[in-house]
Design a binder for this molecule. Structure first.
Ligand SMILES: Nc1nc2c(c(=O)[nH]1)N[C@H]1C(S)=C(S)[C@@H](COP(=O)(O)OP(=O)(O)OC[C@H]3O[C@@H](n4cnc5c(=O)[nH]c(N)nc54)[C@H](O)[C@@H]3O)O[C@H]1N2
Ligand SMILES: Nc1nc2c(c(=O)[nH]1)N[C@H]1C(S)=C(S)[C@@H](COP(=O)(O)OP(=O)(O)OC[C@H]3O[C@@H](n4cnc5c(=O)[nH]c(N)nc54)[C@H](O)[C@@H]3O)O[C@H]1N2
Ligand code: SF4
Ligand SMILES: [Mo]
Length: 747
């Protein structure tokens, strides 16, 4: 193991130690001495603890919320028994307290009103807000049918509101976590292995000997146990190969960094398959036993030599060969990681399929150190009457995309804009837990759709950008102040976790389950909400699962034995994959029959025009999207983003480090706010890079307003995936302005 990699981890741990001193990041990557100190301190201060699972991102780590005798939350620590976190939260999870303490939170329901001739929000009672919302639900049902009321959602509140919408008769539902996130990879893997990857990913990083990351920036993408397992894998000496146009944290810890020309990964994947097949390095037993279409694949990649790929990707042929051999040497304990945010260039489901096929050649699906067979526990549904059957919904709206398995946000937007002459007209939205104007590309389209609505209600905890467009705003209490559904996510072993309120809701905020019930009852749907408190629902479900609320309050997480069989394939085991052929499909007859390429093909993507750079973006390790930028604890760790610029570009453009610049994209859209330059060799000269989530335009966010630039604002062009409707976001180009373009205007 080269000592320099070992050192790198130490440096990064030190960096985080520094953060811990400021009170934010406590215990990432093995900083357990701090934990011990914390526990001792708790005993001394007579803290009590309540179980929760984190809502700062969707890894859903289970933790303990500590409160003192005055009902102040003092800290949140990971639950030792939780397979999602192994007792350690990431800096964002620890900083989750800031979601509760943020004084900018939404405090009362608000209704858009005209006061003195000006539109403004009026603080109203829950009664008034809920009555108005219920009357709009009724109006839409009578005028257009319930299907015309759409739900756009993300996270826990969405689950409760989904129940309301289905009871009301609408499944016109979508979320940005599908068509702007992992949708394409689920299609690509389902077509190849017959199974979604799902969340958490069943990547056996713990036991891997070779981890290949295509873009996927684990370490900045802080999905907890993946980071922990990857850190251990590095310590164990596993080979890490990272393909990224930027020297990401992961790339800097890798044995091989392949600084690929953006948008050309497909060529590399095909060339890797070429080397594995033509150097006879693929896993012959696995291929013979479990796969179909190998000969067709062999012919398909015959001309995809490393020399061919070099001209496209700028990765040297020898590097392509060497890395393919390293993957083969470790196989089947090799993971070519499926990635997560994979909506890049429009051919994303096919790229995900190429990743899946590479794993198929290596035999890693179903083998130790590759992908394990996950198992989850089904939480029984609390009894309620059957849902009515909608006449149309997300499926009909997205029917152009035969492989869409969830609602496509952009298609719902289209159906809203074209509602006048559309057989699926959308007239009203409820938006819950998603900041649509920052999470969807083509802001202008989102706003056009909103302007076309009869009614928009937003359920949020914070006065985020999207709330500014609402007719009614409902303040939800934070995850620390409420019950939510039981967390049951598939893992090596099934487990469940509960979220119990640690403190009373602040201000007049209320949980989404209560909001759903209140609206439902006003619509005569009380039978769907046959409980006074959500506690009753959980209690009933826990009983079915052989435990109780009382027990779960004490333990927070319960682990169960597997019942579906072993984690991995046994030697010589027959196994039927859930594809049409029952095999891992290198060649897809299904794709062919629907008019698509049966095997992935390289197609070039648009290049930046003269004087423009490709807009690249990713995650800040201490923030989640736009939701945490105003969080007092996390904004103290990072309060603005910077623009990564290669020194050559800085020289040509005369840019100095920390200089403020504005960005203009290929369609003439200019960033509202300036962003400071960071000159670094870690980015290719043809691209610039920034963290997503910054550049908030709502003045009510006292810490986030005007800090940094928003990538979303500059993503006006999308490349749509023809298989499942995902919107590729990485085909946008920017030029750098050094003069304030807004000098003479007021924002
Ligand atoms: N430009 C660009 N767009 C992207 C991405 C990108 O990297 N760049 N990433 C994409 C990906 S991978 C994803 S998954 C999506 C994520 O998309 P979103 O989930 O929409 O992202 P956030 O910006 O975090 O918006 C969350 C909203 O929920 C609110 N919220 C937080 N907690 C609660 C709660 O408990 N209750 C309620 N009611 N509201 C709450 C927050 O205040 C915020 O307004 O974005 C996608 N869009
Ligand atoms: N801290 C933190 N962690 C998070 C989140 C968060 O908000 N904050 N969000 C979570 C969510 S919902 C998601 S979906 C994941 C997303 O995290 P990932 O799935 O890891 O996201 P990617 O888009 O693959 O990763 C971005 C990387 O892709 C590189 N890249 C850009 N263009 C190309 C290209 O053409 N080829 C290649 N090979 N690489 C390229 C960028 O330089 C960057 O390093 O993160 C999760 N984890
Ligand atoms: S990874 Fe971090 S932010 Fe995400 S759920 Fe876990 S602790 Fe919370
Ligand atoms: Mo995502």
């Amino acid at each position: 193991m080269p000592t320099s990699r070992r050192k790198f981890i130490k440096i990064s741990a030190l960096g985080l130690g520094g953060l811990a001193a400021t009170g934010g990041a406590m215990n990432l990557m093995g900083m357990n001495p701090l934990l011990d100190a914390a526990v001792k301190e708790n005993v001394a201060r007579k803290l009590s603890r309540t179980p929760t699972y984190c809502e700062v991102c969707f890894w859903k780590c289970a933790g303990w919320v500590y409160t003192d005798e005055q009902q102040n939350i003092t800290k949140i620590l990971g639950n030792d028994d939780d397979p999602h976190c192994n007792g350690r939260l990431c800096p964002r999870g620890t900083g989750g307290i800031g979601m509760y303490t943020d004084e900018d939170r939404l405090k009362t329901p608000l209704i858009r009103s005209i006061v003195n001739g000006e539109e403004t929000f009026r603080e109203v009672s829950w009664e008034e807000a809920l009555d108005l919302i219920a009357s709009k639900f009724t109006e839409v049902r009578e005028k257009y049918g319930p299907e015309s009321f759409a739900l756009l959602k993300h996270g826990s509140p969405g689950k409760h509101l989904e129940h309301l919408f289905k009871a009301y008769g609408s499944d016109t539902i979508a979320e940005p976590a599908y068509a702007q996130c992992r949708g394409p990879r689920e299609t690509g893997f389902a077509l190849t292995f017959g199974s979604w990857v799902g969340s958490p990913e069943p990547t056996d990083i713990r036991d891997t000997e070779c981890l290949v990351l295509i873009g996927s920036h684990i370490g900045e993408n802080m999905h907890n146990t993946q980071v922990q397992e990857m850190s251990d894998a590095i310590d164990r000496g596993a080979t890490i190969i990272t393909v990224d146009p930027r020297l990401s944290t992961a790339a800097s810890k890798s044995d091989h960094w392949l600084p690929i020309k953006p948008g050309t990964d497909m060529a590399l994947l095909l060339a890797w398959m070429h080397v594995l097949i033509y150097e006879d390095l693929y896993n012959k037993d696995y291929v013979e036993k479990y796969t179909t279409g190998f000969n067709k694949l062999k012919e398909h990649v015959r001309t995809c030599t490393p020399e061919w790929a070099y001209a496209i990707t700028t990765i040297e042929p020898e590097v392509i060969r060497k890395t393919a051999r390293a993957m083969a040497a470790a196989a089947p304990a090799t993971i070519v990681h499926p990635g997560r945010h994979v909506t890049w260039y429009g051919d994303d489901a096919q790229r995900a399929r190429a990743v899946a096929m590479l794993n198929g050649l290596l035999g890693s699906w179903g083998n130790r150190g590759g992908f394990y067979f996950k198992e989850g526990l089904k939480v029984p549904k609390y009894p309620h009457p059957e849902y009515p059957k909608p006449k149309w919904g997300w499926e009909a709206i997205g029917e152009k995309y035969p492989y869409a398995q969830m609602g496509i946000t952009q298609e719902l937007i289209k159906a809203t804009i074209e509602s006048e002459h559309n057989e699926h007209p959308i007239k009203a939205w409820m938006v819950a837990g998603t900041n649509l104007t920052q999470s969807l590309p083509q802001q202008e389209k989102t706003i056009e759709a909103i302007n076309n609505l009869d009614f928009l209600v937003v359920v949020d905890t914070m006065p985020m950008d999207i709330t500014g467009y609402a007719d009614v705003v409902l303040p939800e209490c934070t995850y620390l102040e409420r019950y939510d559904g039981i967390r049951s996510a598939p893992n090596r072993n099934p487990s469940i976790a509960v979220r119990i309120p640690a403190v009373k809701p602040k201000y007049q905020s209320k949980p989404a389950w209560w909001i759903s019930k209140q609206i439902g009852e006003r619509l005569g749907l009380g039978a769907y909400f046959d409980y006074d408190d959500y506690e009753e629902v959980i209690e009933w479900q826990l009983k079915q699962l052989g435990t109780s609320l009382e027990e779960m309050k004490k333990i927070g997480v319960k682990n169960f034995e597997r019942t579906s069989g072993p984690l991995y394939l046994k030697e010589d085991q027959d196994h039927e994959f859930f594809t049409s052929s029952g095999k891992v499909e290198f060649y897809s007859k299904d794709l062919k029959s629907k008019g698509f390429d049966p095997m992935p093909v390289y197609t070039p993507h648009p290049e930046p025009p003269e004087g423009y750079y490709r807009l690249n973006y990713g995650r800040s390790p201490v923030h989640t999207f736009s939701r945490t930028i105003n969080n007092p604890n996390l904004s103290a760790l990072k309060d603005e983003n910077t623009l990564w610029v290669h020194p050559k570009v800085a020289r040509i453009r005369g840019l100095q480090k920390t200089q403020e610049v504005w960005l203009k994209n290929q369609d003439g859209v200019v960033s509202d706010f300036p962003i400071k330059v960071r000159v670094t060799e870690r980015i290719r000269w043809d691209s610039v890079y920034m963290y997503h989530g910054f550049g908030h335009a709502n003045k009510k966010l006292s810490r986030a307003f005007g800090k940094g630039a928003s990538d979303s604002q500059l993503i006006t062009r999308t490349a749509v995936d023809p298989l499942m409707g995902g919107t590729g976001l990485r085909g946008n180009f920017v030029t750098i302005l050094t003069e304030d373009p807004h000098k003479n205007s007021v924002i």
